[in-house]
Write a protein that binds this ligand. Structure first.
Ligand SMILES: Cc1ncc(COP(=O)(O)O)c(C=O)c1O
Length: 397
């Protein structure tokens, strides 16, 4: 297939395979090549060039071909006008905050977010640049409304959120933001575009850590911000070129390759996580399970409304057990790996103990230590058996 701008007339799987790819004009290869070049040849008279401009043929930090191909694919999957790819999810988040917040501005942040968002908006930007922030329960629309101030410029949420799986209503929060002259950015990493497209629900900017589901193989880091061209251009010009968080051509190429199978992988992640959430819910030794697909989850009805194909592959759970029992349980796992990150092909578990500095922001059941489990692509039966045997070996019955 050689379609330059594959559009929404095609299904999600077709776009996952073809968007951003074209026949290479030089070689006839049906895969576009990796261009490992830092610099591009200049025109005869370069004196009018903007050295800080975000263009395609100057210097890779101003924009390179592999990042452009990946942007085309992601833009197509999210059905947004534009996309900028960066070195990591955090580079994308920091780029958004840098581009849209200035000294004296106020930002409302979901009380459950990735730790770097907490660090940036709770400590670094307030202390260094006088940005004001309030962390609120974004599942509670009245709390979001009540937090708005005349200087609120941005509302930033994650849904489902890391690590509590809190679900926030994107459309309603977009309305609150827009009624008050603010932007809404939504970190969509736990859902991926297969499960949720915040831009279609009114979000101004969607963020993805490409490191997770979109790459899917645990071997490359990247991030993306997606939305209307006028917003994305600002991130590209201010943050990519001048903060320097550019994605490497090789990582862009790896992520592009990983993204081809996103729909197949997400279907499996969704199904297996649902099966495991149900299995854990029935174990007497399991204190609680947080998974938006479960009917008893606080955000289930919102999740059902706004997640189009499933509830994702990440869940959190707690055990009726002491601190070290949690570590012993993990030490007996044979299939599931104890490591951070999520959205990889292999299942990953992390024990978040009682000392997490952000626990005061989490619901009570998270205060005694809990696990975040990223359900991988192994057979669900093997994952369930693995947890069963590890619980038995650790004497947690
Ligand atoms: C929801 C979410 N957003 C952003 C990030 C940061 O992404 P990266 O590690 O690619 O910088 C993570 C990482 O775990 C995450 O879980």
């Amino acid at each position: 297939m050689d379609i330059k701008n594959i559009d929404e007339a095609f299904g999600f799987a077709t776009r996952s395979v073809h968007a951003g790819n074209e026949i290479d004009k030089d070689t006839g290869a049906i895969r576009r090549p990796i261009t490992m070049a830092n610099s591009y040849s200049l025109p005869y008279d370069p004196s009018d060039l903007n050295w800080s401009g975000a263009g395609d043929s100057l210097y890779t930090r101003n924009g390179g071909s592999n990042q452009r191909y990946l942007q085309d694919k992601l833009r197509s999957l999210h059905e947004t006008e534009d996309c900028v790819t960066l070195a990591s999810g955090v580079a994308a988040l920091a780029g958004i905050f840098f581009a849209f917040l200035k000294s004296g501005d106020h930002v409302i942040v979901s009380d459950s977010t990735y730790v770097a968002v907490y660090r940036l908006l709770r400590e670094l930007l307030p202390a260094k640049y006088n940005v004001e922030s309030d962390f609120v329960d974004s599942a509670d629309l009245e709390a979001v409304k009540a937090a708005v101030k005349p200087n609120t410029r941005l509302i930033h949420i994650e849904t489902p959120a890391n690590p509590t799986l809190k679900v926030s209503d994107i459309r309603s929060i977009a309305d609150i933001a827009h009624e008050n002259g603010a932007l809404l950015s939504v970190d969509n990493t736990f859902a991926s575009p297969f499960n949720q497209q915040p831009g279609k629900l009114g979000a101004d900017i969607t963020v993805e850590s490409l490191t997770k589901y979109i790459n899917g193989h645990g071997d490359a880091m990247g991030g993306a911000a997606l939305g209307p061209k006028k917003l994305i251009d600002k991130i590209r010009a201010e943050a990519m070129v001048n903060l320097g968080g550019v994605i490497s051509p090789f990582n862009a190429w790896l992520i592009m390759r990983g993204a081809v199978t996103l729909p197949l992988r997400m279907r499996q992640h969704n199904d297996s996580a649902m099966a495991i959430a149900r299995f854990l819910s029935e174990r007497p030794s399991v204190r609680f399970v947080a998974y938006p697909g479960l009917e008893n989850h606080r955000g289930h009805s919102i999740a059902k409304k706004q997640t189009c194909r499933g509830f994702g592959g990440v869940l959190a759970f707690g055990l009726n057990a002491g601190h070290d029992d949690h570590n012993r349980f993990v030490s007996h796992l044979r299939v599931i790996t104890s490591a951070v990150s999520l959205g990889h092909d292999e299942s990953l578990i992390v024990f978040l103990g009682e000392n997490d500095e952000r626990q005061y922001l989490y619901p009570k059941e998270f205060h005694d230590g809990f696990f975040r489990l990223s359900v991988g692509l192994e057979d669900a039966a093997d994952l369930i058996n693995d947890m069963n045997q590890a619980l038995a070996a650790a004497n947690i019955l």
